[in-house]
Design a protein around this ligand. Structure first.
Ligand SMILES: Nc1ncnc2c1ncn2[C@@H]1O[C@H](COP(=O)(O)OP(=O)(O)O)[C@@H](O)[C@H]1O
Ligand SMILES: [Mg+2]
Length: 394
């Protein structure tokens, strides 16, 4: 059979017509997909669940009903001028970044895969591999502090993902629990490349502040001086902060948490100059409610060394982190191939579970992406009324 559209019945056959195939070179379009529900939201984007519609022909990659994630970024929240504090990227650069970085990366088990990018008059869209079990922040809110086994497992997953990114000359620059997503088999993936940077010979990259609590001291100093970034070191620092958070449920440098565990929602934690002063000049505050073990203290201290030249890391030439005694039980090859049973299997949220509480964008907000039909028993329910708190991109 030729593989072209139209030739659906084999010659001389009375059997049912074979499905038509997409024309050669056909690439998936935005209107081949439909929005099912909202999965999550970050500072700049809303991520929704999409599925392929019943196309008129078979797509070589995607079966009807296949589920994927779609990151939607409103064009109107992409100012052309710099914003806010020292060294922040322009939002437009961030979006380009995301596409540039993701499309150059081959698939990897610890990186959220990018499938395609689209746009319509109002929004930019990134079609992504679906990681349906929530992010590490939600998991921390429910279960922190994690036991050693779980913390070590997630930590090793992110180490493998970062090693891969750095080997491709990419720094993520916004490692934090919100950007680490759980997979169905209990492993985690690095997501959100909006702040990532590609370090190429002859190209300079300006230092910038990512999420303040996870920002490395050298980044603060260089962003303040409007200087060029040091490649990769900030990701190991941010991973050190994330590890501290996994084993204690709180942060090593915080301005004010009013005695409560850090959950990213305390407005008083936004005292940035004071926070940056602590990060640059003071030592780690070891949370008193946690029993700290020697190797765990040592690995966190190694990742949170103020001088990036002496920080633990893992590259092709540098194994100081991989050989650390806290990770002595990790077989890196088994980890990369997902051979281990994960210590915790997430309960996959049913895809339609939160239809009642999460705002689904209206068709006017996402003109290019069709919205799946509301099932008849929900048609008259108030829950589909737009809620002003959940507008895309706000
Ligand atoms: N591929 C994905 N699959 C499922 N959920 C996702 C996916 N990507 C992101 N999310 C959810 O959406 C949230 C925000 O996505 P993110 O890319 O971090 O947006 P932002 O750039 O605005 O921070 C994440 O914390 C996560 O809960
Ligand atoms: Mg994010």
């Amino acid at each position: 059979m030729s593989g072209n559209i139209g030739d659906s019945t084999p010659p001389g056959s009375d059997g049912p017509p074979l499905a038509k195939f997409a024309p050669a070179g056909y690439s998936l379009k935005l209107h081949d997909l439909e929005l099912v529900k909202t999965l999550g939201a970050g500072s700049f984007a809303r991520v929704v669940l999409v599925r392929t519609r019943n196309l008129e022909f078979k797509h070589p990659c995607v079966k009807p009903g296949a589920l994927m994630a779609m990151k939607i970024i409103k064009k109107s929240v992409l100012p052309t001028e710099g914003v806010g504090n020292v060294g922040l990227l322009r939002y437009g650069e961030m979006v380009d970044n995301e596409r540039n970085v993701l499309t150059r990366l081959p698939w990897h088990p610890f990186i959220a895969g990018h499938i395609a990018a689209f746009e319509d008059p109002l929004n930019l869209y990134h079609l992504l591999e679906l990681l349906p079990c929530g992010n590490l922040r939600a998991h921390l809110k429910r279960y922190a502090p994690f036991d050693r086994e779980l913390a070590c497992f997630y930590f090793a997953n992110v180490v493998s993902g970062l090693q891969f990114l750095h080997a491709h000359n990419i720094a993520h620059r916004d490692i934090k629990p919100e950007n680490i997503l759980l997979q169905q088999d209990g492993y985690v993936c690095i997501a959100d490349f909006g702040h990532a940077a590609v370090y190429e010979v002859g190209k300079t990259v300006k230092a910038r502040i990512g999420t303040p609590w996870y920002t490395a001291p050298e980044v603060i100093a260089r962003a303040r001086a409007d200087a060029v970034d040091l490649p990769y070191t900030m990701d190991w620092w941010a991973l050190g902060i994330t590890l501290y958070e996994m084993v204690s449920g709180t942060l090593p440098f915080r301005v004010c948490n009013n005695g409560r565990p850090f959950d990213g929602s305390d407005p008083d934690d936004h005292n940035m100059p004071e926070l940056f002063r602590l990060i640059e000049t003071t030592g780690i505050v070891w949370c008193k409610e946690v029993i700290w073990y020697e190797h765990c203290i040592d690995i966190i201290c190694g990742l949170l060394r103020k001088d990036p030249r002496h920080r633990l890391s893992a590259t092709k030439f540098e194994r100081s982190l991989l050989d650390h005694p806290w990770l002595a039980n990790v077989n890196w090859k088994m980890m990369r191939t997902h051979t281990y049973d994960a210590p915790y299997l997430p309960l996959e949220p049913h895809h339609e579970h939160k239809w009642q509480t999460w705002y689904r964008p209206t068709q006017a907000e996402i003109p290019g992406l069709p919205i799946a039909n509301v099932p008849p028993h929900k048609l008259y329910s108030d829950c589909f009324l737009p809620s002003p708190t959940y507008r895309i991109g706000t």
